[in-house]
Design a protein around this ligand. Structure first.
Ligand code: GAL
Length: 353
């Protein structure tokens, strides 16, 4: 019989508005540790050995609680109720228009100014048949974010013996039909270099979304064929970003439509030949945002990785979600959560080294 090697630990991380922020961790017998903060249900770190056994954190983070309060890049935070941009901060549901709050020009980005990432969540270590897991819970109310109805949200982190971090995001619509399209804004940097330019990326996507000038989807899908967006085979991010230097973005901030043929063989694989680490992402959703941190600056961003100064391409955010603003387009998928129903979405990161 396999012995359970998963252990759990809770420590104090900092304060917010007089409330304490906890850091909750799970570790396995292979020296892999995942930690999350009760502020924003944030993925704080995944510590993994490299091919030589040296331990490093492979997701971007900040050293202090205060940094997470000033966090325009949503560094590795939980995003909800809906990831991505909603045009004109208007959500159409059941022939009714809900006026949301705008937080990027006239659009609502990543759940708006009172989304999942802005709250302290109730947190605890739970016991699942003898195996510990991290659980966050909160009621997200219509009165705080203007989305339809109240939802009861639970986020559960699990760590397996074979080095998979599993994050489950579950919601129940308490009193109205609503929408639920959460994600995690996880920035990976798998190596010891300050950038991900040496990393390789595979994304199982034949198309990506066309945007207007405000990064709002137009509804069109663009073939990745013969373009720097073709990541169907493992491809150097540095080389692809080089080709993108003639664009305004100077890198990727794009949404890929995951191929329908994907059956859990990894919607994306990120690997770093230098450290030998690799992450395979699985999710049942039809979209993946790839954001290569193009707009990170050399200002004092205070990211732990670079001891203060930030830099473009310091990490790559891989955000598994349903395609954004989905109620506006017939073929973007269904994010409606009917009153009384519960839905759970899982994002898995399988780490090898
Ligand atoms: C991404 C989005 C980017 C940027 C980033 C947060 O999901 O695609 O445009 O807003 O989040 O800085």
């Amino acid at each position: 019989m396999l012995t359970n090697t998963i252990s759990a630990n809770v420590t104090y991380f900092g304060d917010y508005n007089g409330q304490k922020i906890d850091k909750l961790s799970l570790s396995n017998g292979n020296n892999v540790t995942v930690s999350a903060l009760s502020f924003g249900a944030t993925l704080y770190e995944i510590i993994s050995p490299d091919k030589q056994g040296k331990l490093s954190n492979i997701v971007l983070n900040y050293p202090n609680a205060a940094d997470y309060l000033q966090n325009p890049f949503y560094v590795s935070m939980a995003i909800g109720r809906t990831g991505g941009r909603i045009k004109n901060a208007e959500l159409e549901l059941n022939h009714k228009t809900y006026k949301l709050e705008a937080n990027e020009g006239t659009a609502t980005l990543h759940g708006g100014p009172h989304g999942f990432n802005t709250h302290i969540w109730d947190s605890q270590i739970i016991d699942e048949a003898g195996i510990p897991a991290i659980q966050f819970h909160r009621l997200q109310r219509h009165s705080e974010d203007q989305f339809p109805g109240d939802i009861d949200v639970t986020i559960t982190y699990r760590l397996t013996e074979d080095n998979t971090v599993k994050i489950e995001l579950a919601a129940t619509a308490l009193n109205e039909d609503t929408v639920f399209n959460p994600t995690y804004h996880t920035y990976f940097n798998l190596g010891d270099s300050d950038t991900i330019l040496d990393h390789e990326l595979m994304v199982d996507a034949d198309t990506h979304l066309a945007f207007d000038a405000n990064k709002l989807p137009t509804g069109e899908f663009i073939d990745v064929d013969n373009s720097p967006f073709d990541f169907r085979k493992p491809t150097s991010l540095g080389k692809a970003i080089e080709v993108m230097q003639n664009t305004k973005e100077k890198g990727f901030d794009d949404i890929f439509k995951i191929n329908e043929t994907n059956q859990g063989q990894g919607i994306a694989v990120l690997s770093d030949p230098n450290s030998g680490r690799s992450v395979t992402i699985n999710s049942d959703r039809n979209g993946l945002v790839v954001f290569t941190a193009n707009s990170f600056t050399h200002d004092h961003m205070n990211l732990t990785k670079t001891n203060g100064l930030g830099m473009p391409y310091e990490g790559v955010a891989l955000e598994a979600q349903n395609l954004p603003d989905a109620t506006r387009f017939n073929d973007f998928g269904d994010i409606v959560l009917p009153k009384g129903d519960t839905v759970a979405h899982e994002i898995d990161y399988h780490i090898t080294f």
